[in-house]
Write a protein that binds this ligand. Sequence first.
Ligand SMILES: NC(=O)c1ccc[n+]([C@@H]2O[C@H](COP(=O)([O-])OP(=O)(O)OC[C@H]3O[C@@H](n4cnc5c(N)ncnc54)[C@H](OP(=O)(O)O)[C@@H]3O)[C@@H](O)[C@H]2O)c1
Length: 143
Amino acid sequence: MWDFLNCANPKGEKRYFPEGIDIYFDNVGGKMLEAVIDNMNTFGRVAVCGATSEYIDIRKRASLDLVNVIYKRIIIQGFLTPDLMIHHFQNFMIKTSNYLRTGELQVTEDISLGIESVPSAFVGLFNGNNIGKKIVRLVEEEE
Ligand SMILES: NC(=O)c1ccc[n+]([C@@H]2O[C@H](COP(=O)([O-])OP(=O)(O)OC[C@H]3O[C@@H](n4cnc5c(N)ncnc54)[C@H](OP(=O)(O)O)[C@@H]3O)[C@@H](O)[C@H]2O)c1
């Protein structure tokens, strides 16, 4: 698994995360999650939000090294946005809207046009086709 994140090769050289990983917010699952667990520091924490790489192929499910989890006392916890909606959503919207207006936060969007592009846009989410947030615009915006 070392080569997936290129964290440590057989010679013990670590190209990425030479000091190990303390916190990981997981959106993809699969091999990436396995590699992170392998390279996590003691008392590392993982918030599992999504598992994109696993949704359409059950064979890609992460197979975690539980001995690693035990000895490093790693905490893995599921994350669901509805839990945060009541207390944090409004504040989040205000803050991020301001960041977007001032340019402190920048987003990359991948826009396709027309209702007919919905199926390919959706399937593309699982193949890594989009660069940035995938959006389907139903009609051309008027200038
Ligand atoms: N828990 C919750 O409450 C909650 C709520 C909303 C969404 N989610 C989950 O959060 C995750 C991200 O959602 P999003 O809307 O941000 O999705 P997104 O904009 O489509 O981003 C998906 C990311 O996953 C990567 N990716 C796609 N296929 C991959 C694969 N096979 N292997 C590795 N990486 C892959 C893409 O990398 P590239 O850019 O390199 O292609 C992209 O960075 C999803 O898993 C979604 O289900 C969870």
